[in-house]
Design a protein around this ligand. Structure first.
Ligand code: MG
Length: 312
């Protein structure tokens, strides 16, 4: 609560104290209600908490407390993208696959929803390259990177990857976009499925469209993939940092219906939700374990890496 209220005050400096206090009071009362009468909420789990928080933020006019941070971090990450792409293009194929995976995991450390990474961010000890270098050594907590690489090297290209992305900044720009570009090169159509509404520092579909089109675009290949329909942005209908696949918008379901690879990126979408979900196509789950409760729940240590590839 204190972290969220500080962020609201920073993003909405003109909001008067009473309005912020109203939000805080109502939020505490809803949390109390969930605690006392969980049955009133259908189910009481972390997704319920996220949904309630976002609904209250919107109700009180604080739709997107992380907007300024996302905008700033997107610009910084886009500026670093050409260097990341050059490094990937110069790497041997095996090394390239590993660099892409490490970029995805390091990118995911830009997360203002977890105390450990939020603290790093606010301390200024926030650097993509260093984070990537300091990832735990392989094998990771769950490490299917070799199987993933073999699948791409020896199998037919996937037709269509439904890539559920997570955070703004490094995560989308230096983790997800380079991997999407790599998959498109191999003949796979990629749909980047992003939240329709703001949640924490997650990228929204609207923001993502701005990142890959128009003046912002810094890579011709990505721009071409977008204009030729190989790389698409699909709004999920969601506005939480977790993903309820039963609640995807009909448009999203229709757009992803022929996907033969599902990618669930980030702790919220691949561990806190959908960890035990079963699919009728191949699935890649990628995450860094950034929360002590989640770590205890899955038997991992804080900052452990998950690269979990589950072929059908
Ligand atoms: Mg997130």
């Amino acid at each position: 609560m204190p972290r969220l209220v500080r962020r609201i005050r920073a993003q909405y400096p003109r909001a008067d104290d009473a309005r912020v206090a109203d939000f805080e009071r109502e939020y505490r009362s809803v949390l109390g209600e969930i605690l006392d009468h969980p049955q009133h909420f259908g189910r009481a789990d972390i997704l319920t908490l996220c949904e309630q928080q976002q609904a209250l933020l919107r109700k009180h006019g604080f739709d997107d407390p992380y907007l300024d941070i996302k905008t700033r971090e997107n610009a910084a990450a886009l500026a670093a993208l050409p260097a990341v792409l050059r490094e990937l293009d110069a790497a041997e194929p095996q090394r390239e696959v590993e660099l892409l995976a490490r970029g995805l995991l390091a990118g995911n450390l830009f997360d203002l929803g977890a105390a450990i990474t939020a603290e790093r961010y606010h301390n200024g000890s926030h650097d993509f390259w260093r984070s990537r270098a300091e990832l735990p050594p392989r094998p990771w907590f769950i490490d299917d990177l070799d199987a993933w690489a073999v699948r791409w090297r020896t199998g037919a290209a996937y037709r269509h990857a439904a890539f559920f992305v997570d955070n703004a900044g490094w995560d989308i720009c230096l983790g997800c976009l380079p991997l999407a570009r790599w998959m498109v090169r191999r003949g796979t159509r990629v749909s980047l499925a992003a939240n329709s509404h703001a949640a924490l520092n997650d990228i929204t579909a609207t923001e993502l469209v701005q990142l890959v089109s128009g003046e912002a675009v810094v890579d011709d290949e990505i721009a071409r993939a977008v204009s030729e329909g190989w790389l698409r942005i699909v709004p999920t209908g969601s506005g939480t940092p977790l993903l309820d696949l039963k609640a995807l918008s009909p448009q999203c379901v229709a757009a992803l219906a022929d996907a033969d690879l599902v990618m669930l990126h980030g702790m919220g979408r691949s561990l806190e939700s959908n960890r035990t979900a079963e699919f009728t196509c191949d699935v890649l789950r990628t995450a860094v374990v950034k929360d002590p409760l989640v770590a205890a729940h899955v038997g991992a240590k804080l900052m452990d890496c998950v690269f979990r590839f589950t072929p059908v």
